[in-house]
Design a protein around this ligand. Structure first.
Ligand SMILES: Nc1ncnc2c1ncn2[C@@H]1O[C@H](COP(=O)(O)OP(=O)(O)OP(=O)(O)O)[C@@H](O)[C@H]1O
Length: 250
């Protein structure tokens, strides 16, 4: 088992954003987290990736409790996320963004070594960045400055940056938000490809259809509480889910 999340809780003032949530994620799984607005999905992601510290509960990752570890420590263990908003280095090319982004966002300890890194190390970082750019289908754009690229492309660069960190588990926070239909199709192909390479994928998504079609296991949250967990088939038939979520299809 990759993640064993037990009785996880996080409150903001009086709001229990994540309230006594437990579930498991197996290695290699394509896992979805769904729930209405404000249900606690992003907070859950922030807890798993070390951007927030749980008030109580445990996040066991391959048998070790990682609550309290910093995001860059978790990246080094293979837990890598993308963000809802695109956060790129304007004025720089796609390739520069992927090289710099993976250093700056996820591996600050390597940044310190940039100045003493060997030509061979630089070359291998560059080659790997080119590989992940090709993987997300952006090779034709690699030398273009990112500023004027379409929104969907910017989001793919965000995924390329995450992939450059060599994740064991990739957490995607609403990757299809703001994408047009063709971009969403392309994104789904990329998510499937990432999964096929053996990387565990955890997806937060409002697009219910996308999660139901893509994911093998799903956790449904509402008002900070887990209300269902299972296969898409099981979740689809769950009365709580029908009441809370499917009844108000987005
Ligand atoms: N930093 C914060 N300070 C105060 N309240 C917060 C903070 N972050 C989240 N909350 C509150 O916690 C609850 C859960 O928010 P969260 O963003 O995790 O939900 P979500 O399911 O990701 O929502 P959405 O789908 O709208 O992104 C909400 O009531 C939100 O207002």
């Amino acid at each position: 088992m990759m993640f064993d999340i037990k009785n996880l809780s996080k409150s903001f003032g009086g709001v229990a954003a994540v309230n006594d949530v437990s579930f498991q994620i197996n290695e290699g799984e394509l896992f979805g987290v769904i729930g209405p607005n404000g249900a606690g999905k992003t907070t859950l992601f922030n807890l798993i990736t070390g951007f927030l510290k749980a008030d109580s509960g445990e996040i066991s990752y391959f048998g070790t409790n990682v609550v309290g570890k910093r995001p860059n420590q978790l990246v080094q263990k293979g837990i890598v996320r993308t963000f809802q908003s695109t956060n790129l280095f304007l004025g720089n090319t796609v390739l520069e963004n992927v090289v710099m982004g993976s250093y700056l966002t996820h591996k600050p300890s390597i940044l310190k070594n940039i100045f003493i890194s060997t030509k061979a190390q630089e070359q291998s970082a560059l080659e790997y960045a080119e590989e992940v750019i090709e993987f997300v289908g952006m090779s034709a754009y690699k030398d273009l400055v990112v500023d004027n690229l379409p929104y969907g492309h910017k989001r793919l660069i965000g995924i390329a940056i995450a992939l450059a960190c060599k994740p064991k588990v990739l957490l995607l926070d609403e990757p299809a938000a703001g994408m047009v239909e063709d971009e969403t199709k392309e994104l789904i192909n990329i998510i499937k490809k990432v999964h096929q390479t053996g990387v565990t994928v955890v997806l937060i998504e409002h697009d219910m259809k996308m999660v139901m079609n893509l994911c093998e296991k799903i956790t449904v949250v509402e008002f900070g509480k887990k209300i269902a967990y299972g296969t898409p088939q099981e979740v689809r038939q769950d009365e709580e889910v029908i009441r809370a979520y499917l009844g108000v299809e987005s």
